[in-house]
Design a protein around this ligand. Structure first.
Ligand SMILES: CC(C)(COP(=O)(O)OP(=O)(O)OC[C@H]1O[C@@H](n2cnc3c(N)ncnc32)[C@H](O)[C@@H]1OP(=O)(O)O)[C@@H](O)C(=O)NCCC(=O)NCCS
Length: 172
């Protein structure tokens, strides 16, 4: 009984009254130019610089979806697939895949464009988990997802499996 009480207190009693929302309603794209201060002397952009932009665009999606403050609790499956160079235009595309209670999985894809040749290359991917917070900083339920397309449904099922693994790993 005591245990149940503790669990209830950990989740905000503030109710998120927002209706279900589809992933397309919170989708975000951010475009940034890479400068010498973002890179090493050979012109390769730092992984940390790219992570900063991944976190930022994922945060826009999480806050658009939850219409609340939302903070990063984990980043996983971060892959730097190809280098990003000074002068490249980096486009970061982010969408929400899955909502548990307060936690949301956001998928981010980074694509670098050589602005002279016009060649675009997918350079990175990541999953970022955000938690929706109420005004006092407690985790609060985020709106559930309304799945409109086959892609939404597939990504939701895949996101659910990944989130279950994260929850399990956290308990270990
Ligand atoms: C967000 C925060 C308030 C949650 O507090 P907490 O004591 O971990 O709360 P809970 O254990 O009740 O977890 C709340 C939710 O976060 C999820 N969560 C927490 N840590 C997680 C992790 N590492 N990976 C995935 N999900 C995680 C839980 O699964 C739970 O999700 P659910 O509500 O959908 O079931 C707290 O972890 C925090 O403030 N972290 C710092 C966030 C921050 O400052 N980020 C910026 C980068 S430093």
């Amino acid at each position: 009984m005591e245990y149940l009480l503790v669990l209830r207190l950990k989740m905000s009693s503030e109710n998120n009254q927002i209706r279900e929302k589809s992933p397309s309603e919170s989708h975000a794209e951010v475009i940034v130019r890479m400068f010498p201060s973002d890179a090493n002397p050979a012109g390769n952009v730092f992984g940390g610089e790219i992570l900063k932009h991944i976190d930022m665009v994922a945060g826009i999606v999480a806050q658009r979806h939850s219409q609340s403050n939302a903070v990063t609790v984990s980043m996983d499956s971060v892959n730097f697939l190809k280098p990003v160079f000074v002068g490249n235009v980096l486009t970061l595309n982010a969408r929400i895949n899955y909502v548990h209670k307060s936690s949301m999985e956001i998928e981010v894809k980074a694509e670098a464009e050589d602005i002279v040749t016009g060649i675009k290359t997918v350079t990175g991917t990541a999953f970022v988990t955000f938690v929706s917070l109420d005004k006092s900083g407690k985790p609060m339920h985020a709106p559930q997802l309304s799945l409109k397309t086959d892609d939404d449904r597939t990504k939701f099922e895949e996101g659910k499996i990944r989130m279950e693994k994260r929850i399990k790993n956290r308990k270990n």
